[in-house]
Design a protein around this ligand. Structure first.
Ligand code: GTR
Length: 406
């Protein structure tokens, strides 16, 4: 509304293209002027350099897979969702202790499809039981924001975002984890969630490049992948990792750090996700790092209002997914997430695919509303409507998966 726009202007939020500062992006193919970038140099050198820059300055460094990791398929049914799906619920324990820290993975697989099946993996915001109204889904025991409780009444509360039936009907599996099982989404100095299992600084002070909450969530997605590798009903070579908003920032980081993910999808991920930081459009770094000081590593704070000195920008994050297919999506009313900045990021990431002889985005201009670009290895759409994950978005992701995961 007009009032919101005026208030935003007062707070210095940029919502007009003419207010975007001039900027120069760091070079994707920087070889210090020495050689010409080749697919080989990218693979053996440049990709690793960029990954390290993101670890050091943006998301922080995550631990490896813990030796003690344990999987327990604690519930199973072959007659879920009116017998259209197999359901499995898996407790992934991060330590030897079954009752200790861990996460529940809720999985639906199309009953009729030939196994192993490809699947979409995503984190959810409020608990696995909110994804659909299936009474067999275990209620989360983790903390939920806004004083919400996990109870019978909250089953399926957020099913709008998760069209599980349509996904099953198109022959894909669906797997989800509550992000709060991995790390609750509030700043407590990294005392709860998965961080204290691995962080034990001698002086009690964390390093400025220690992993934040987004990195922890991405780490959890990799632990789900560890499980998929052991499940013969699931094609672990065809897992698409998807996320909306803060969880879209997370799916990008999961795809960058873990090359086992075959496809990566960012839905309205915005600042610190697909959007270019240097545009300072919408949310921008100072606001995100102030409201959510736990999401990124401490080093990221030094770029608040100082975006031009960042050694990376977000097109480089998307490029880390190449040669695997990636999809970036925006919504036209979601100005906070900078739709144009998300498109430009995809456009400037595209040379990474081209370097490997693949078609990237293949578009110079933003497409019209609801007109997906999907004929290369990098997909993009901007749909009409608000910040959300909708049936329209899902159908486009499945169209894209049909081309690359079948
Ligand atoms: C907002 C935040 C965004 C985005 C969003 C969400 O409050 O400013 O960066 O992550 O939350 O996750 O829905």
């Amino acid at each position: 509304t007009l009032v919101q726009k005026l208030l935003a202007r007062k707070d210095g939020v940029i919502y007009r293209e003419s207010d975007v500062p001039d900027y120069e992006l760091p070079e994707l193919f920087d070889t210090r002027g020495k050689e010409k970038m080749t697919a080989q140099i990218w693979k053996t050198k440049r990709r690793g350099e960029i990954l390290e820059l993101f670890e050091t300055h943006v998301f922080g460094k995550s631990p490896k897979r813990p030796h003690a990791l344990k999987f327990n398929v604690f519930e199973k049914s072959s007659t879920a969702l009116n017998s259209t799906a197999l359901r499995k619920q898996v407790r992934v324990s991060f330590t030897q202790n079954d009752d200790g820290p861990g996460m529940d993975v809720l999985i639906y697989l199309p009953a009729k499809a030939e196994k192993p099946v490809p699947l979409f993996l995503l984190l959810n915001f409020r608990g696995n039981h909110t994804v659909c109204d299936d009474p067999a889904v275990r209620l989360t025991e983790s903390w939920i924001p806004n004083g919400e409780e996990a109870n019978e009444a909250s089953r399926g509360k957020r099913s709008q975002r998760y069209p599980v039936e349509s996904i099953i009907a198109r022959g894909y599996g669906f797997a989800t984890i509550y992000c709060g099982d991995i790390d609750p989404d509030y700043h407590d100095g990294f005392k709860n969630g998965v961080h204290p299992l691995f962080d034990n600084p001698a002086d009690g002070k964390r390093d400025p490049d220690s992993w934040g909450t987004i990195a922890a969530w991405a780490w959890g997605l990799s632990r789900a992948m560890d499980y998929f590798e052991t499940d013969s009903d699931i094609d672990h070579t065809k897992i698409a990792v998807l996320g909306h908003s803060r969880l879209g920032k997370t799916s990008l980081w999961a795809g960058a750090t873990d090359e086992r993910f075959a496809m990566v999808i960012s839905n309205n991920s915005g600042c610190g996700g697909a959007a270019l930081s240097r545009r300072c459009y919408g949310e921008a770094l100072k606001r995100i790092n102030t409201r959510f000081p736990h999401w990124f590593c401490e080093n990221f704070q030094q770029y608040n209002g100082n975006e031009s000195s960042l050694p990376v920008d977000q097109h480089m994050l998307i490029a880390l997914i190449a040669p695997r297919p990636a999809y970036i999506a925006s919504a036209d009313q979601d100005l906070w997430a900078d739709p144009r900045g998300e498109f430009l990021s995809a456009k400037y990431a595209s040379p990474a695919w081209e370097l490997m002889g693949l078609k990237g985005l293949g578009a110079e201009q933003m497409p019209p509303l609801n007109t997906p670009i999907q004929n290369g290895h990098l997909g993009y759409h901007i749909r009409d409507g608000k910040h959300d994950l909708t049936e329209y978005d899902w159908q486009r992701y499945m169209d894209f998966a049909d081309k690359h995961l079948r």
